[in-house]
Design a protein around this ligand. Structure first.
Ligand SMILES: C[S@@+](CC[C@H](N)C(=O)[O-])C[C@H]1O[C@@H](n2cnc3c(N)ncnc32)[C@H](O)[C@@H]1O
Length: 243
């Protein structure tokens, strides 16, 4: 990813923290949490019973999802957990460290880039992660690099591990409607969505799923939120993501 694009994204998310759009009290809407909880409910039987279960959130933002994953996974017996995360924005990482005090080690939350292999390397975790999670981060990348970012996440899985890639799909009715709203906001002066939404390009998730599913031993499937907006692409390398 070109240096100036990375810098632009970093500045944009740093400034959202500085302007108070995101802080340690930030939380996702109930419908978003219900969807993530439903996906976790679907896949939890396939997660390895390891102590600790290792979890990486790529583009962790404020740490809201790591906090939620901790609560949800602990509830069904996955304890202890090692929670790791990285984000392009140092300001976001600062917030995540504050939010996850006592749940994650400060060194396990740091700056990183989903397109940089080094960002997936954490102390003592050379075998990779049991669960890799990402939410609305693939859409922050240029279209030409989005599949590569998914591949890097999958490559950072431990044997038996699973990747949960949450995003919007550009090819759905919701994706097309949002593309129009972003276009009108950016080029026609209508304020139909917050301006920073316009930097996001939804990925063609269903196309990625087909691509990964054709590459054994990877298996990929998609779950859709009830209202049709968000999608979760579930990928594992054991051949049973679809069971
Ligand atoms: C819409 S926010 C979502 C944050 C978090 N995943 C959540 O759902 O609460 C997108 C996040 O992706 C991060 N980001 C953007 N490009 C990135 C990249 N190339 N590598 C890592 N993080 C990135 C931003 O800094 C921001 O925190």
């Amino acid at each position: 990813m070109a240096h100036n694009l990375i810098e632009g994204q970093r500045r944009s998310f740093d400034s959202l923290v500085e302007r108070g759009v995101y802080d340690a009290d930030f939380d996702h809407a109930p419908a978003a949490k219900t969807f993530v909880a439903n996906v976790l409910g679907e896949v939890r039987q396939q997660l390895p019973w390891k102590k600790p279960l290792t979890v990486l959130d790529c583009g962790c933002g404020t740490g809201a999802w790591l906090t939620f994953l901790h609560a949800q996974l602990s509830l069904v017996g996955f304890n202890p957990l090692r929670l790791c995360g990285f984000d392009l924005s140092y300001r976001m990482v600062e917030v995540a460290r504050e939010k996850l005090q006592g749940l994650a080690l400060p060194d396990d939350l740091r700056t990183g880039n989903v397109l940089d292999r080094q960002s997936y390397a954490f102390e003592g975790l050379s075998v990779g992660f049991d669960l890799i999670f990402t939410y609305d981060v693939i859409q922050q990348l240029p279209r030409s690099r989005q599949a590569e970012a998914c591949e890097m996440m999958i490559a950072a899985l431990a044997p038996q591990g699973m990747a949960l890639i949450f995003d919007n799909d550009s090819a759905t009715r919701f994706g097309r409607r949002m593309a129009l709203r972003k276009f009108l906001t950016r080029y026609c002066g209508l304020r139909l969505v917050p301006r920073y939404y316009c930097n996001a390009s939804y990925p063609p998730l269903e196309r990625f799923r087909r691509q990964f599913d054709r590459t054994p031993p990877m298996r990929a499937r998609i779950m859709a939120r009830a209202d049709g907006s968000k999608r979760a692409m579930i990928v594992d390398c054991r051949g049973d993501a679809g069971q």
